[in-house]
Design a protein around this ligand. Structure first.
Ligand SMILES: *Cc1c(COP(=O)(O)O)cnc(C)c1O
Length: 411
C-alpha cells in the first residue's frame, strides 16, 4: 500500500503542503499521467501556471533552443532576449515599462516597493509612513511582508512580527476603499478576482469604481493579476472586463509558459522611474531563458487567441456545472476558465470531493475548505470539456444526498 515516491517525499520534504495521493510522472496538454499510466484531466493547471497545457511543444521548443544558446547571465549585462520579451509584454498590456522577476510573490514585493517609494518621492508622503490599502481575503504570496497583510490566520500564525503600513478593507466594497484613503495612502493593491480567496468575483463595476476613486485621490491602483491575467478569465487581463487600466500590474504564473517561474511588475514611466540602478533586483529575474519562454508564451496567447478560447470554453464549462442538480452545490462562480464551485461542507468537504474526482480521473484542489477549483489549461478543447463534465457529474452521483428533514419535505 505504501507508495515509495510518496514515502520518500514525506520523509525528506517539509510538510508545508498536503498533496492528494497521486504520483505524477508525465503531462501532455490537459492530461496528467501517474506511475500506473492512469490519465487525469488537469483542472488545476498548477494554480493557473500551466495555461498553455503541459509540455506545450511550441514552448518546449523555445525553452530547449534558448537553453542550448544562453540561459543565465544576470542583469549585469544586456542580452538579446530581454528587450523583445518586455516590449511584447508592455505592448500587449498597455503598460510603459516592466521589471522582471521570477515568482509571483517577488513581483508583488516589487509593486509594494514601487508604491512606497512613489508615495514618498512623487506624492510627497513623509518618509517611512506610506500606507497601502489591501483587501480582506487577499493572496499575494508567502513572503513575510505579504503574509503580514493576509487575513488568513494560518498564513500568519507564528511568523510575526510583521511589516507595518497596510490597511485592510472588505473586497468588493468601493465605498470602504474610499473611506480608508488618507493623505498617507500610496496605493490600493487588489486582485480583480480573488483566486486563493475562493474564486471570489466582485460585483460588476467594482474595479471601475476603484479606478475612479484612486485617480481622484492620487492613489496608485495596482492590480495583482498573477492568477487572473494572461487570458485566464476570458480577456487578456481581468481588468479588461471593466476597461480599467491600472497604474501598476503584476503578472506571474502563466507568464512562464508552465515551464519556468517568470513574473513581472509593470507600470507607467512615472512609477517605474522610482527605481534606479541598485535599488532592487534579482539574480535570475529577466534571464535569457525566462525571457525566451515568456516571449514564446505571450506570442502563443496572442496568435492562438487563447483569451477568446477561455471565454468560450469557460461558458461551456460553467453552463455544464450550473446544470448539475445536487444539494451539495451552493454556488458556481467565476469568469472564463477560472471557476469555483462552492460546496455545502455539511454534505461534503471540498477536499473529499477532490478525492472522488481523483478516483474518477480528474485533478483539482480545494481552496478554503469549501471551494473546488475548475481551471483547466486554456488550450482545453470542447470535447475535453465534455469529458470533464462527465467526470464531475459522476463524482456528484457518488456524493450521498442527505435525507430531507421531515418538517421541510412538504414545505
Ligand atoms: C499565486 C499568486 C501569487 C504568488 O505567486 P508565487 O509564484 O506563488 O509566489 C501572487 N498573487 C496572486 C494573485 C496569486 O494567485
Amino acid at each position: 500500500m505504501k507508495n515509495p515516491a510518496i514515502a520518500l517525499e514525506n520523509r525528506y520534504c517539509a510538510h508545508n503542503y498536503s498533496p492528494l495521493p497521486v504520483v505524477l510522472c508525465q503531462g501532455r496538454g490537459v492530461w496528467l499521467v501517474d506511475e500506473a499510466g492512469k490519465h487525469y484531466l488537469d483542472m488545476m493547471s498548477a494554480y493557473s501556471a500551466v495555461s498553455f497545457g503541459h509540455s506545450n511543444p511550441t514552448l518546449v521548443a523555445a525553452l530547449t533552443r534558448q537553453a542550448n544558446r544562453l540561459a543565465v547571465t544576470s542583469r549585469a549585462f544586456f542580452t538579446d532576449q530581454l528587450g523583445p520579451f518586455l516590449q511584447l509584454l508592455c505592448e500587449m498590456t498597455g503598460q510603459a515599462k516592466a521589471l522582471p522577476m521570477n515568482s509571483g510573490a517577488e513581483a508583488v514585493e516589487t509593486a509594494l516597493k514601487a508604491a512606497r517609494k512613489w508615495g514618498h518621492k512623487v506624492k510627497g508622503i513623509p518618509e517611512n509612513s506610506a500606507e497601502i490599502i489591501v483587501c480582506n481575503g487577499n493572496f499575494g504570496g508567502r513572503t513575510t511582508t505579504i503574509i503580514g497583510f493576509s487575513s488568513e490566520a494560518q498564513y500568519r500564525d507564528g511568523f510575526g512580527p510583521f511589516a507595518p503600513g497596510f490597511v485592510s478593507v472588505p473586497f468588493g466594497d468601493a465605498a470602504a476603499l474610499e473611506a480608508a484613503i488618507t493623505p498617507r495612502t500610496a496605493a490600493f493593491l487588489v486582485e480583480p478576482i480573488q483566486g486563493e480567496g475562493g474564486i471570489v468575483v466582485p460585483v460588476d463595476g467594482y474595479l471601475a469604481a476603484c479606478r475612479e476613486i484612486c485617480t481622484r485621490h492620487n492613489v496608485l491602483l495596482i492590480c495583482d493579476e498573477v492568477q487572473t491575467g494572461l487570458g485566464r478569465t476570458g480577456k487578456l487581463l481581468a481588468c479588461d472586463h471593466e476597461n480599467v487600466k491600472p497604474d501598476g500590474l503584476i503578472l506571474g504564473k502563466a507568464l512562464g509558459g508552465g515551464l519556468l517561474p517568470v513574473s513581472a511588475f509593470l507600470a507607467s514611466e512615472e512609477v517605474m522611474a522610482v527605481f534606479t540602478p541598485g535599488d532592487h533586483g534579482s539574480t535570475f529575474g529577466g534571464n535569457p531563458l525566462a525571457a525566451a519562454v515568456g516571449h514564446a508564451a505571450l506570442s502563443l496567447l496572442r496568435d492562438d487567441h487563447l483569451s477568446e478560447a477561455a471565454e468560450r470554453m469557460g461558458q461551456r464549462l460553467q453552463r455544464g456545472l450550473r446544470a448539475i442538480n445536487h444539494p451539495a452545490i451552493r454556488v458556481v462562480r467565476g469568469k472564463g476558465l477560472l471557476i469555483g464551485v462552492e460546496l455545502d461542507p455539511a454534505i461534503i468537504s471540498a477536499r473529499a470531493f477532490c478525492e472522488i474526482l481523483l478516483e474518477l480521473g480528474m485533478l483539482s484542489k480545494d481552496t478554503h475548505e469549501t471551494v473546488v477549483r475548475f481551471a483547466p489549461p486554456l488550450t482545453i478543447s470542447a470535447s475535453e470539456i465534455e469529458i470533464g463534465l462527465g467526470i464531475i457529474n459522476r463524482a456528484f452521483e457518488a456524493v450521498p444526498v442527505p435525507a430531507v428533514p421531515a418538517e421541510r419535505s412538504f414545505a
